[in-house]
Design a protein around this ligand. Structure first.
Ligand SMILES: Cc1ncc(COP(=O)(O)O)c(C=O)c1O
Length: 422
């Protein structure tokens, strides 16, 4: 095979190869990226994930001290002194892990405290934690939906939602296209036992928001249940960071909110929140919960502390928004395309995959660590730099970023054209 591999799309449906041959072809793709010093995926960091990070250069130039935009740790909660203290205290009190699943003995009082705080934050009766946001999304859908049901899904929902829909019927509607959603609801009304409408609060690659008020109204009008994945809304949107449903005032109309402890909350784990009986049913029938160990007590204690900090220290969320608004303004003034973002997730649109990787590399050499978002996270050749802004950044960091990117653009002219053709 003499084809050039510049993106992961080439590996979908590679039916003429056995597993080792496919892996060899994939290695060729990595080698090609290495040929451009442009593989962004194997970078190792040696400091906490945050606005300043030390990054080991995979191409031998030592350690870069960077200003980083790679994590979804929007508020720097992973290193907040009170959060670290809560985690350490919990380790001392409960040890490092539970080694069993929540319903067969792995449920500590600290898990209960966290679930209560999550439920309250989202204005819901009850919550259930999972080992990740990914498993929460799979874990909420699989016990509820089967062959008699249908999920109507915004095309941009996270991969984990799609992965929870393998055993049911699904129909995808265009991003935020409420008119088409209504047509589908009319078409499916009465034909399925349950109709679910599934959206994100904040979209993870575009940074824009769901039209939640309209989507909710139309879903309720036709008797559909609503599930909102608010992974990127918590700590960012709504009163005291309580999320996108709170921001739009629709918490009471939503059936289930799912989320993660790994982004604004800065730890690891996921959850669902909703009606008490429904959550309890899911607690006993969701395979990712009943067959997987509970989150470590240190994580539960840290996450619970973060939720307190959202209301106790509002200036942190305020700073996040100051930085976000400042960065969006500066990037637009500099002529970059950032789509419809309304959140700290800022997609700087590039186009070709390899171009985005080369720009990320050039930025790294200037002390800026940023990830290109490429297929399958986004459509093929809709690559972008995914700039995640945090409360820990300074205006100087953002000015430096805009200047560095403009300097690279002056050389590569990527805002006008893509520099490498496939
Ligand atoms: C919208 C959305 N939902 C769910 C997840 C999964 O979260 P976790 O990292 O906790 O598995 C992500 C993570 O990228 C996400 O962006």
């Amino acid at each position: 095979m003499d084809k050039k591999y510049l993106n992961a799309r080439d590996f979908i449906g590679m039916t003429d190869k056995n597993i080792y041959e496919t892996a060899d072809e994939f290695q060729r793709m990595l080698d090609e990226m290495d040929g451009h010093n442009a593989n962004p995926f194997d970078i190792v960091c040696t400091t906490p994930m945050g606005a300043k990070m030390n990054v080991i250069d995979p191409y031998g130039k030592g350690v870069f001290r960077t200003t980083s935009y790679v994590t979804s740790n929007y508020l720097g909660m992973n290193t907040h002194p009170k959060v670290k203290e809560a985690a350490i205290e919990a380790i001392e009190k409960y040890g490092a892990g539970t080694s069993t699943t929540p319903v067969i003995g792995g449920f500590l009082d600290i898990h209960g405290i966290l679930e209560e705080k999550i439920a309250k934050m989202h204005g819901q009766e009850s919550a259930l934690t999972f080992s990740s946001g990914y498993s929460a999304n799979i874990g909420v859908l699989t016990p509820l939906l089967n062959q008699e049901d249908i999920a109507i899904v915004d095309m941009y929902v996270h991969a984990s939602m799609y992965d929870g829909l393998h055993v049911t019927n699904k129909k995808i509607f265009g991003h935020n296209d409420v008119e088409y959603l209504e047509k589908l609801l009319i078409q499916y009304q009465g034909k399925y036992r349950n109709i679910f409408v599934i959206v994100d609060g904040v979209y993870s690659q575009e940074g824009d928001l769901a039209n939640l008020v309209e989507i909710c109204d139309v879903s309720k009008k036709y008797g559909a249940y609503m599930v909102v994945d608010d992974a990127h809304g918590v700590g960012v949107m709504g009163k005291n960071g309580s999320g996108t449903c709170n921001h739009f005032g629709i918490e009471e109309k939503v059936d289930l909110i799912t989320g993660t402890l790994s982004k604004g909350i800065g730890t690891i784990g996921g959850y669902i929140a909703g009606n008490k009986r429904l959550v309890n049913y899911i607690r006993h029938f969701s395979r990712p919960s009943i067959f997987s160990a509970s989150i470590p007590p240190s994580v539960a204690a840290a996450a619970a502390k973060v939720i307190d900090i959202f209301s106790d220290e509002p200036e942190i969320i305020q700073k996040l928004w100051e930085n976000t608004n400042y960065a969006h303004k500066k990037l637009l003034e500099a002529g970059f395309e950032i789509g419809k973002t309304k959140s700290p997730i800022t997609p700087i649109k590039i186009g070709k995959e390899i171009t985005a990787k080369l720009i990320a590399r050039a930025l790294l050499e200037k002390g800026i660590y940023i990830m290109p978002a490429t297929y399958p996270a986004v459509k093929l050749n809709d690559a972008r730099l995914r700039m995640n802004i945090s409360a820990q950044h300074t205006k100087e960091d953002i000015d430096y970023f805009c200047k560095a990117l403009s300097d690279i653009d002056n050389k590569l002219n990527f805002t006008k054209k893509s520099i490498l053709k496939r």
